[in-house]
Design a protein around this ligand. Structure first.
Ligand SMILES: [Zn+2]
Length: 450
């Protein structure tokens, strides 16, 4: 049963009932929804036990509701990779500080486990299950193996083996390597059931570009902006995209392909970079010698200091959260001033949800006026706006390649909007007509046994 993340990208959480044992994979928070709607629907379990919770990776839409599940199922044993456990300390305190701003008081009052006093105890209960290792669960009812899934540091796909059945749950995955994090490892086929993410299930013009070509375009855009004495704003997610972009920019500077100008990063992203550096030998990584901390970075000022930042006076590159310019984040405030400056540029480097300010800004045309988030007045669009795709998710062809390699009898599509799931589902049926494809609805039971 999907408790969230069925036919949407949201509070990802999937329940597997295995011979009376309850396994939950992930417990995430929905980034946009309000109140209990933002949490996995555990009431739908209706008395079914939660014995084991396996976390695939530390993004909030997979991890943020783990303390909530532990509140309701205090005996559940929680497992994650060592990298994910370290990242959880930062990501869960961030969720804890944001929750009261996002949700009604009655929701916050009903939550335990999210205060800064309780969180360390909650995380102390997480047990490590590292990439490339297996463990038996439920008195030997099933075995789970964590496979490197690419995507971000410590991210895992999970092979579940029980009573002759093999189920592979991809988590968020990418077959292609990024700059710091390598591509996914897959189990040997054939398997019985593939539970696959489908983020990039639909064709997107930007996704047909190669990473190399996107990097060339980015370097050209940065050079043009700096030559015009302007600065470049790159909205990024603090976990994953920030570290990847920093390393790519640093490579380009070292190779003399862009001038050495100040690079700004800040807050939570910096602490996350330190965790990346703590795990040089992680199976997630491409090169143990890379250290994000070795890249010279200036500290992005806090809220009040943002508008007087030196980057408005000297050509600079500013990496600021959040990637979708959510209301109240540094990239959201910076954009309001950036937009007015004709020699400045905003470079979007990832997916933006149509409901977010990032989508409005990334699709704005020069010479018009726009309004986004909680702004009272509109602003003129004078700066240059460019979109690039450096996706941390498998492209559509890679998703199909996973099906090709694992040859599952059944494919269950999750973690994608309805269009992406429909488009990718059709592609699977066209290519492998004997494969059964389904997309679970939240709160409904599905049988995976053959
Ligand atoms: Zn993710």
């Amino acid at each position: 049963m999907a408790l969230g993340g069925g036919r949407e990208i949201g509070a990802n959480s999937f329940y597997y009932g295995i011979d009376g044992h309850g396994l939950l994979v992930d417990a995430g928070l929905h980034p946009e929804k309000l109140g209990w709607e933002a949490f996995p629907k555990i009431t739908a379990l209706n008395g079914h036990p939660v014995d084991t919770l396996l976390v695939t990776h530390a993004h909030t839409d997979h991890l943020g509701a783990v303390p909530f599940v532990m509140q309701h199922h205090p005996n559940a044993e929680v497992y994650a990779t060592s990298e994910t456990i370290e990242l959880s300390r930062i990501m869960l305190s961030n969720s804890a500080s944001l929750l009261p701003k996002q949700h009604p008081a009655e929701v916050i009052e009903a939550l335990t486990n999210y205060t800064l006093i309780e969180l360390p105890d909650v995380i102390a209960q997480f047990r490590p299950l590292d990439l490339g290792t297996s463990q038996q669960f439920g008195d030997g009812r099933f075995k789970a193996t964590y496979y490197t899934s690419g995507h971000i540091l410590g991210a895992a796909g999970i092979l579940i083996e029980t009573d002759g059945q093999r189920i592979f749950h991809t988590g968020d995955t990418s077959l292609h390597a990024q700059r710091i994090v390598g591509g996914a490892a897959l189990p040997d086929g054939p398997i019985d059931v593939l539970v696959s993410e489908s983020t990039n299930g639909i064709v997107d013009a930007y996704l047909t570009h190669t990473r190399e070509r996107e990097l060339e375009r980015l370097i050209t855009t940065i050079n043009e902006t700096l030559a015009a004495e302007g600065s470049v704003l790159i909205p990024v997610f603090a976990l994953g995209k920030l570290q990847e972009m920093l390393m790519m920019i640093s490579d380009a500077m070292k190779a003399g392909r862009i001038p050495s100008v100040p690079v700004y990063s800040g807050g939570m992203g910096r602490r996350i970079s330190d965790v990346y550096d703590q795990f040089p030998m992680s199976r997630s990584r491409t090169n143990p010698k890379d250290r994000v901390a070795d890249i010279e970075q200036s500290e992005l000022p806090r809220r009040d200091g943002l508008f007087s930042g030196k980057f408005f006076r000297e050509p600079s590159i500013v990496l600021a959260a959040s990637g979708m310019m959510q209301d109240g984040t540094p990239s959201y405030f910076l954009a309001q001033r950036w937009l007015r400056l004709a020699h400045f540029t905003i470079c979007f480097v990832g997916y933006t949800d149509p409901r977010t300010p990032g989508y409005i800004v990334s699709h704005a045309e020069q010479g018009t006026r726009i309004k986004f988030g909680s702004m009272r007045r509109d602003v003129p669009v004078r700066c240059k706006i460019e979109r690039f795709r450096f996706s941390a998710h498998a492209r559509r062809e890679e998703l199909l390649e996973i099906v090709r390699r694992l040859r599952p009898k059944k494919v269950v599509l999750t973690h994608g909007d309805e269009r992406a799931i429909a488009a990718f589902g059709e592609l699977i049926v066209e290519t492998f007509p004997e494969t059964q494809v389904s997309a679970p609805e939240v709160g409904k039971w599905y049988s995976l046994s053959s």
